[in-house]
Structure formats: C-alpha cells, structure tokens
Design a protein around this ligand. Structure first.
Ligand code: PLP
Length: 234
C-alpha cells in the first residue's frame, strides 16, 4: 500500500482514538491500539512499526509466524509485537505457545490443555478468553454461562496460561449503537470474573474499525483495528 496514505490513515485512527477516549472521560493511554494486519504486507507493518506502532494482530497461524520471522530478520523481537486474534486449532498449539504477546482467542479446554502441555518453566503465555457474546452458532468463543467454570479450570489445570481478560466480536460490528450493549455485557462479565477469581483481568479486547468508539465508551483496553488503517483486505 502507498506509504504516505498508510501513515495518514494511521495518524487519523490515532487521532480518533484520542478523541473517543476524551469523549468518554478516559485517559488515552488506557486504550491500546492493536493494528490488525492479517492479509496485509509485512512491509506495511514494518513501516508502521518504524512510525511508532508497537503491536499487531494476526488471525492465521502460518501467516503470523512467517511475519514474525521477517521481524526477527530485521533485528526486531517479534514476540512482544504480535498478538494472535483468530481461532486457533488445538493441533497448532505447539506452533503458537509462548510466541505471542497475547492470544485473544482462547475458546476451549482442548486448546488450553494443548497450550499448557507445550509450556514449561518460567514461560507463561498471556491469554484472553473469547466470549461468543451474541450466542451466534457460526462464531467461536465460549458461552457466557460457561465462563466461570472455564476460568476456574484454567486456574487449576493451566499454570502456564496467564489469564488477562476477555475478548469478543459482537454480532453487529458496523453499527456502533447496536454493538454497544454487547460491549457493556463483556465488561460486566469481566467484572464478575474478576470478583470470582481474584485475578486483575486488566484487558477487554473489543471494538473494530466500525465500532471502536462505542467499545471505548464501554471500557475497552485494546481495540483491534484493521481496515481503517490498512484499507480493504485483498
Ligand atoms: C479482522 C479482525 C479485526 C479487524 O477488523 P476491521 O473491521 O478490519 O477493523 C478485529 N478483530 C478480529 C478478531 C478480526 O478477525
């Protein structure tokens, strides 16, 4: 993508995030921008990285690992820069465990067990539980009512997974007003889980290009923005 256009779009999104924080009475540094770079060139990511963007979200394991290799070949430690946000098959656990700053899409005991098995010693993998907040059959994510039992399972059986909070993709992601109640619900679930587990659970990953202002108003700590920065995916 045209370098200048990319940097202009990036600057505009950063400005909009700042304004959205102000509008909801939040400190701008309480919300992190995750630049969702799936299906976009690694050169564009490196250009944004050079412009100061620290973290990138990827959906597909092979693509993410290939991009991590390019980062490393440029002398950049990829692990702190890359978040995995797409569904992960448990058979790929060995390829992802310990390699990402945050996995947003933990959605089953099978995946948790598979990740746990690959981790040892001091290495802990930060994770978010993906919640199927709109109870949609075609989407992955845990049902809200299974959340507490799942978190307790993690605490008991997966000492190498560090639970940081929740993530969701609401049913309507381009109509902010309709998405907002789902964001509010995710925040309530995270609050309840914090009380239940005693964990800090600082992260709420919610909001995309079409609805991030609504997500920020409801307490998002990470917004995942692709199209508004990189343009349409090919
Ligand atoms: C692709 C994707 C995004 C980014 O969506 P945009 O509408 O391009 O901003 C965010 N979250 C997840 C889970 C995604 O798969």
């Amino acid at each position: 993508m045209n370098r200048q256009l990319l940097l202009e779009r990036y600057a505009r999104v950063c400005d909009d995030l700042f304004a959205a924080c102000r509008a909801s009475g939040r400190e701008p540094d309480s919300v992190r921008l995750l630049a969702v770079s799936k299906k976009h060139a690694v050169e564009d990511m490196l250009a944004l990285y050079a412009a100061g963007q620290p973290i990138f979200g990827e959906n597909y394991v092979q693509e993410a690992l290939a991009k991590a290799d390019v980062f490393c070949s440029q002398g950049i430690d990829a692990r702190p820069c890359l978040h995995l946000i797409g569904h992960v098959q448990s058979k790929k656990a060995s390829q992802v465990a310990g390699r990402f700053a945050l996995i947003h899409s933990l959605d089953s005991r099978k995946l948790a067990d598979a990740l746990e098995k690959r981790l040892s010693g001091e290495t802990r993998q930060p994770v978010l539980i993906e919640v199927n907040i709109g109870q949609e059959a075609q989407k992955s994510g845990l049902a809200a009512q299974d959340l507490e039992a799942f978190a307790e399972y993690l605490l008991e059986h997966c000492p190498h997974l560090a639970l940081q909070g929740l993530m969701c993709l609401p049913p309507v992601f381009d109509k902010p007003a309709l998405a907002r109640p789902f964001f509010a619900r995710l925040r309530e679930l995270n609050d309840a889980l914090r009380v239940r587990t005693g964990l800090a659970l600082p992260e709420l990953s919610m909001g995309m290009s079409g609805d991030y202002a609504a997500a920020i108003a409801e307490g998002a700590s990470i917004v995942r923005i692709g199209t508004a920065i990189f343009g349409p995916r090919i």
